[in-house]
Design a protein around this ligand. Structure first.
Ligand code: SF4
Length: 356
């Protein structure tokens, strides 16, 4: 299973270039000049565990396509930008983003176990100089939280915060949960997908300390829901830490109703709540992976009536600029007729619902 079972060895032994990937994992892989040019813009990094999930080393493979650069990433239509969600504008102190009244995001590190080609925060995760939040930066973030008690929900993200050592995770969590107005912490991590051995007993114990913690992961394809990922998620849920997944809709990787249905079923059956199905953010380098909004709506239509509501994610687009998150639903309301609303169900059957 992708070499060593110790997460520190997975991190230290990461595959850090196309040449490394070819040499260590896929000798038959052809590396083109265009791929090298894309790699120079957004470097390669992945764990041997995640690379071991590749079945065929080509862009039809959903894991390969998420870790290997291609020339298409260099297309630059004017609607793609470096920071589509204006996180820099909404950063009152370094490493803290405050976009919603009751929530703040803290960028704990720039490092990821595996760099996703579709990453929305490439301006952070593309950095070859991996850097973690310093004590003074953390102090400044906590001071800001104390001065803004309306913020009760903290998302610790990155990069990937769980690429940090147990000691560093504990040091970051402790002052944050000590802020009296902070009621809940969410950890955004893809390590369940790309380095599930990260969830040691010690880490789980650290996450359980203090205030309620949620783990938000990012599964994009059923092949990522491996026995190792399921075991790691079970450790968390057994310890009372809810686990959810945010999926990004990616052309040629998971943009069919069948793939998303299978993914949601597998997650749900293993106590991982399918939380969001996200439209790609308008970040540079991902035009070839974007789907029309209609694709997501068709997928949602397919899921309704087939899966329990608990297994259906919200389909959302994080709109560019300061538009915020908008949830999109397949049309349920058809028209008004007198005192009634005409609805349509998942089988296309019209239903009349009278007003009181
Ligand atoms: S793990 Fe998250 S932050 Fe890191 S590259 Fe993937 S999407 Fe970006």
């Amino acid at each position: 299973m992708g070499g060593t079972e110790d997460w520190r060895d997975q991190m230290k032994g990461r595959i850090m270039s196309l040449d490394d990937l070819k040499e260590r994992m896929f000798p038959e892989m052809v590396i083109t000049e265009e791929m090298r040019a894309a790699e120079r813009v957004f470097p390669v990094s992945t764990t041997s565990y995640y690379a071991s999930l590749v079945k065929t080393p080509d862009f039809q493979d959903p894991v390969f396509a998420q870790i290997v650069p291609r020339g298409d990433e260099l297309r630059t239509p004017p609607w793609l930008v470096e920071d589509p969600l204006l996180e820099k504008t909404f950063s009152p102190v370094p490493r803290l983003v405050h976009r919603y009244p009751d929530r703040a995001l803290i960028v704990a590190t720039s490092a990821c176990a595996s760099r996703c080609r579709h990453c929305t925060r490439k301006r952070v995760s593309a950095s070859t100089q991996e850097s973690a939040i310093s004590s003074s930066e953390l102090q400044a973030c906590c001071d800001y939280l104390r001065k803004n008690p309306a913020i009760d929900d903290i998302l610790i993200s990155g990069g990937d915060p769980l690429t940090l050592s147990d000691e560093a995770v504990a040091k970051i969590l402790s002052p944050i949960v000590s802020v009296p107005s902070v009621k809940v912490v969410r950890i955004a991590t893809r390590t369940l997908v790309n380095m599930p051995m990260r969830f040691t007993d010690n880490l789980v114990a650290i996450l359980r300390r203090g205030k309620p913690v949620y783990v938000n992961s990012h599964f994009n394809h059923p092949v990522e829901v491996t026995p190792a990922a399921i075991a790691a998620a079970s450790k968390l849920t057994d310890a009372g830490i809810p686990v959810a997944s945010q999926t990004v809709l990616l052309r040629g990787i998971n943009d069919t109703p069948q793939i998303i249905e299978e993914l949601c079923r597998k997650l749900f059956h293993n106590r991982i709540r399918p939380y969001y199905l996200f439209q790609c953010d308008l970040v540079y380098g991902i035009e070839h992976l974007r789907t029309p909004l209609a694709t997501g709506l068709e997928i949602m239509k397919h899921l309704r009536g087939r899966l329990s509501g608990m297994a259906i994610p919200n389909f959302a687009v994080d709109t560019p600029g300061n538009g915020g998150k908008i949830e999109l639903l397949p049309q349920g309301i058809l028209r008004r007729e007198g005192n009634s609303t005409i609805l349509v169900n998942s089988r296309g059957i019209e239903v009349t619902y009278p007003d009181p």
